[in-house]
Design a protein around this ligand. Structure first.
Ligand code: GDP
Ligand code: MG
Length: 720
């Protein structure tokens, strides 16, 4: 009936959005009514001519969603997938935008070439709803054409747009919408498997199939199973793990959470860009009422600062006794090993490498745990999404994108994240320059590994106001990250900003069980890392700090010195001093010591002595190691093994350290090269090692300049 090269379009939308009216308007008398093969759902087809070209038009059944729950929905989506119309015209009822755009989201997910026909604008206008179609088009990434199907107004423009879209071809599958950390992560697990095995590959985008599996879509699951039973079962198992996890933590099904996030996406489109101005108050949900206050331009940021400060106060005020207690435990273990083990390298390794090293990291578990609990509370209640929402505005100013906010928060923007998942989350950004700017600045956040170092230094040198300094450290991290981003966007990464949309899921009352699970999951990850990677690096660093050991003639020299002491009056004290000198000489002679000393001519400008350098070099392997290496470096040279003092006290009383040096050290730690794993992740995300090396070099030089500035200025001002 139709020429092969004629344009083929499908009209899709909610029931009563005006599809049939538009269809009649387009096709006039040239229509043909039948049924879809195999089902008794009405199929209308017709021809319309536009500027001399024939267009084949199909009126799809009206649906609210694209699940597998009803015949209409199945027909609609099977048609889109199997018949592959050149353009899908999504008819959206402008007077009922929120519910209509929910379906549009699902077309975006499916990645079909889309044009939104914004219908019934006459009705909307009568109700006082004004819609900024340009903004709507920016946020959804598809053309939006206002029409009045009943009178035919705008239809010509619509056809023009359709023709244009048909020429540019299908848009790639959209990754605009994020579904929350748990689901996003599950998607990330499923998509590569689907792609690798090319499951339903030719018909559906892998991201859509993955989403449907998580939604437990019977049709898609059955199709996948039919193609590959074994892999299909793996995918279903992963999906079930997610479902159980969501049940346990927030007492919701994956499909509910996905739907919530779609609605969140739609709502934020509607509100954020002032896409609509609705005078009708009743339609606001409770969540929206709360958000009016919580994300208010003035109240919002103040509340956010108060909550952040509250989080730190809570953490430092309530975890202190546990930290002390853990410290005592490790000190006890140390003295136990001291008295129980025979002298020798094994003893030194266990005390200096294992107990001081891993203990230094584990000692912070209470702080980490309290912090994670607070963050879980913010996250599970839905507040964290509001933080991201508010940061959007600021981010834009600094040349970043709204989607950059989550990577920052994941990397430790509030406290205690990790830059590796943060770097991976940068994938959601579509503009390469904004993505790169985000990629390079997320490692500036105070991740969970920097937290112990910050805590240690703050406790040693600024003990009076720990929460306040932690709060300041967070602000400084953000400020520096944003300024550097702006700098990059004005120089190396100059270019246009793209519009952003941020989903606001409804508020939920967190369940206690969910909070504990989230807290424990993250804490356990931290502990596991301390017990494995950190233990390994710690022992390696201990070895580097112990070997090759003093040459025998030097040992003999010290022995001779000891012999001379025998006659002296305060013998014990003198012997200890010699022990200390010998230990320090040993450390200087070691591999790590030589590295540390070779850096000293430069590092002393920032107030770092060679022992600190050892810790900083070790910190490149993993930032946690900074604390443990300082621990090892300062315990190797310890005067009196009986009197086991904490590292905090050791630093506070050491002659190389003072508040100015500590502050320079803090700044350096916060901004120098990302740890090794993050660098690898950056290389992977950026697609080249060039940027990974750039981030190592740039960050280190930048951090060092700041540290030097602080140290020199502070010393000149006599604050040290
Ligand atoms: P369908 O279910 O999507 O096929 O929707 P219909 O085409 O049957 O339209 C539903 C109702 O909306 C009908 O009463 C139409 O006359 C009316 N309608 C459709 N488009 C418009 C429009 O642009 N303005 C107004 N005021 N009414 C419209
Ligand atoms: Mg109809």
């Amino acid at each position: 009936m139709t020429a092969k090269d004629s344009l083929h379009i499908a009209l899709a939308g909610n029931p009563n959005a005006g599809k049939t009216t538009l269809f009649n308007n387009l096709t006039g008398a040239h229509q043909h009514v039948g049924n879809y093969p195999g089902v008794t759902v009405e199929k209308k087809e017709g021809i319309c001519t536009h500027e001399g070209n024939e267009i084949r038009v199909v009126d799809l059944p009206g649906t609210y969603s694209l699940t597998a729950y009803s015949v209409e929905e199945l027909v609609a989506r099977d048609y889109l997938v199997n018949e592959q119309p050149d353009v899908v015209v999504n008819i959206v009822d402008a007077s009922n935008l929120e519910r209509n755009l929910y379906l549009s989201c699902q077309f975006l997910e499916l990645g079909v070439p889309l044009v939104i026909a914004l219908n019934m604008i006459d009705v909307a206008e009568k109700r006082g709803i004004r819609i900024d179609t340009e903004k709507l088009s920016e946020f959804t990434g598809v053309p939006v054409v206002p029409v009045i199907a009943r009178s035919g107004k705008g239809v010509n423009e619509l056809l023009k747009t359709v023709q244009k879209v048909s020429q540019t071809g299908a848009a790639p599958p959209r990754t605009l919408i994020r579904y929350g950390a748990d689901i996003d992560e599950a998607l990330k697990d499923l998509i590569p498997v689907l792609e690798e095995h090319k499951l339903l590959g030719s018909a559906y985008p892998a991201s859509w199939t993955a989403l449907k599996i998580l939604e437990n879509d019977e049709q898609i699951v059955a199709k996948v199973m039919l193609e590959n039973m074994k892999v299909g079962q793996e995918l279903v198992d992963r999906s079930e793990t997610l479902a159980r996890h969501l049940q346990d933590t927030i007492d919701a099904y994956p499909e509910t959470v996905i739907a919530d996030h779609r609605y969140g996406f739609v709502r934020s489109i509607l509100r954020q860009g002032e896409v609509t101005r609705i005078t009708d108050q009743d339609r606001l949900y409770a969540s929206d009422q709360i958000d009016k206050v919580v994300t208010n331009r003035v109240v919002g940021p103040l509340l956010m600062a108060a909550i952040l400060f509250g989080l730190y106060s809570f953490t430092f005020n309530w975890s202190g006794f546990l930290v002390d207690w853990m410290g005592m435990c490790f000190a006890f273990l140390g003295s136990l090993a001291e008295s129980a083990l025979p002298d020798g390298p094994i003893k030194s390794m266990i005390i200096s490498g294992v107990i001081d090293g891993v203990g230094g990291v584990l000692g912070f578990v209470p702080i980490i745990m309290f912090m994670f609990f607070g963050i879980a509370l913010l996250e599970d209640s839905g507040y964290l999404a509001r933080v991201a929402f508010m940061m959007d505005r600021i981010f834009h100013f600094f040349g970043l994108h709204g989607s950059s906010v989550m990577p920052f928060i994941i990397s430790g923007g509030i406290a205690g994240g990790c830059a590796v998942p943060g770097v991976m989350a940068v994938r959601t950004l579509r503009s390469p320059k904004e993505r790169m700017a985000t990629l390079l600045t997320v490692p500036f956040m105070n991740c969970g590994a920097k937290l112990p170092v910050l805590t240690l230094i703050i406790a040693a040198f600024f003990p009076a106001h720990q929460a306040r300094y932690m709060f300041l450290a967070t602000l400084v991290a953000w400020l520096v990250a944003l300024l550097v981003a702006k700098l990059l966007r004005m120089t190396l990464l100059r270019g246009e900003s793209t519009p952003f949309v941020m989903e606001l899921p409804p508020y939920r009352v967190p369940t206690l069980k969910g909070l504990f699970i989230h807290t424990w999951e993250r804490t356990w990850q931290y502990i596991k890392k301390a017990g494995t990677v950190i233990l390994g690096i710690s022992i390696l660093l201990w070895a580097m700090m112990t070997y090759p050991g003093l040459p025998s003639d030097k040992v003999a020299d010290f022995e001779a010195m000891r012999q001379q002491v025998v006659t002296s009056a305060d013998k014990a004290e003198e012997l200890l001093r010699i022990d200390q000198l010998e230990a320090e000489a040993g450390l200087r002679h070691s591999i790590a010591g030589r590295i540390g000393m070779s850096l000293e001519p430069i590092s002393h400008f920032a107030g770092f002595d060679w022992r600190t350098n050892i810790a900083l070099v070790g910190g490149f392997a993993a930032k946690e190691v900074i604390v443990s290496t300082l621990g090892t470096a300062y315990s190797l040279g310890e005067v009196d093994p009986e009197e086991t003092t904490s590292l905090t006290d050791r630093l506070a009383s050491d002659k190389h350290w003072n508040p100015v040096a500590a502050l320079a050290f803090l700044f350096f730690i916060m901004f120098y090269s990302p740890c090794f794993v993050t660098v690898v992740a950056i290389a992977k995300e950026a697609g080249s090692w060039k940027w990974a090396f750039f981030s190592m070099g740039f960050n280190t030089v930048f951090a060092f300049s700041m540290a030097v500035g602080i140290f020199q200025l502070g010393t000149v001002l006599g604050l040290g």
